[in-house]
Design a protein around this ligand. Sequence first.
Ligand code: NAP
Length: 242
Amino acid sequence: MNNLKGKTILVTGASSGIGKEVALVISKFGGNLIITGRNSEKLSQTFEQLNGENHSLEVLDLLNRKELENFCDSLPYLDGVVHCAGITSHKPAKFIKERHIQEVMEINFNIPVELTSLLLRKNKISKNASLVFLSSIATSFPYFGGSLYMASKSALISYAKALALELASEGIRSNCISPGFVKTPMYDQTMEVASEQTLRNMEIIHPLGFGMPQDVAGPICFLLSDQARWITGTNIPLGVIV
Ligand SMILES: NC(=O)c1ccc[n+]([C@@H]2O[C@H](COP(=O)([O-])OP(=O)(O)OC[C@H]3O[C@@H](n4cnc5c(N)ncnc54)[C@H](OP(=O)(O)O)[C@@H]3O)[C@@H](O)[C@H]2O)c1
């Protein structure tokens, strides 16, 4: 069993889906949490379900750079950061405009990168900490209209690898988790726009079926734990055979 006792861990996107489940499981393993999300009602629901006492929440739109910086200033030393906040995108290439690129890259790539830089500059990341970024198996299995989403998540994998090299001397690890389809509100959004053909293609590449948030939370907690102390710069696919 993973032991996160005494570790202080920041989880973004904790108001929904994977981020919510990750926060709940971290609290069961004894971690102290700082959770963020935009929707205060949903974030409070996560907060109320956490095990233990040493947790805090911050309602925050991560795209608001001033608030993001103030939030970073308020943080204690972190033993882990899980970057779950993100959005999906379904836009055929010929309809892509500058604002669409901006919208997807901002939260899926720019914010994890900028948040990491801020935390490092402000000395908020402890030695031997673990940084976990949420990429996606979409980077290896294209879907129609997925170019922006896939590009944003591919960029994250490259970034996390270079980061791993830069931070290794301090024992800080940087890894990506790339889940297949996980049944969350994001999955529901995808189902609304996906064609039957896309859905069939997706089912074929998931031999164990589509996942649940807890199928992702377990591997993330492993990466946060000291049991993964020799794993860095990697990308772990879940639910598919790569
Ligand atoms: N579900 C899947 O099949 C799947 C597969 C592979 C990878 N992923 C990745 O896993 C991560 C979590 O996905 P999910 O399925 O759990 O999605 P979700 O249920 O839609 O949750 C997304 C989270 O991101 C937060 N968020 C979005 N924009 C934000 C912003 N500007 N500022 C602050 N928070 C923001 C949302 O906050 P509010 O709700 O409070 O607005 C929410 O907590 C994403 O990065 C996604 O790309 C998901």
